[in-house]
Write a protein of this length. Structure first.
Length: 159
């Protein structure tokens, strides 16, 4: 039997960007111990690809943040959502901020010039999925019921 009382918030234990940051820090540390360079010594192309990717991811994440602000719903997953945001980037993906952070992470990985960052990306994404997205989706289903179910049926999680 399920409890009909909505959850107060998603119950995410720490800010999601820290998971991405931890992956990049771990990659840097691993690269110091066992270097796995992507393109040394010829890195110019990778630098510009990294910058472009980083900016693209940052813009997508910022668009998600701006859209949340316009709908007056909190960004922090430890606060209760006020509405289901389904416009802007949320009409394309249910997680534009996490998708943007993932693309940003890839851009930084190119700039760091290490395979370690790419090797750790699945761990980062699994952590985001299990520790953040699943909790948020459980909360939103609890708080918004059929409205969230309809949104989830209409819009994919990532793309």
């Amino acid at each position: 039997m399920t409890d009909p009382t909505p959850l107060p918030h998603a119950g995410v234990k720490f800010p999601p960007p820290l998971i991405y940051f931890a992956g990049l820090i771990a990659a840097l540390l691993l690269n110091r111990v066992a270097p796995l360079w992507l393109a040394r010594p010829e890195r110019a192309w990778m630098f510009w690809l990294g910058i472009a990717t980083l900016l693209g991811g940052g813009l997508l994440a910022a668009w998600g943040i701006i859209t949340f602000r316009r709908h007056h719903t909190p960004l922090a997953p430890i606060r209760p959502a006020t509405t289901i945001v389904s416009s802007g980037p949320y009409a394309i993906t249910r997680n534009p901020m996490y998708l943007g952070l993932t693309v940003f992470y890839i851009g930084v990985s190119l700039l760091l010039d290490t395979w370690w960052a790419f090797a750790l990306l699945p761990v980062v994404l699994l952590s985001i999925d299990r520790a953040v997205i699943r909790r948020e989706e459980r909360y939103l289903a609890s708080a918004f019921g059929a409205e969230y179910d309809a949104y989830r049926a209409r819009v994919r999680r990532w793309m």
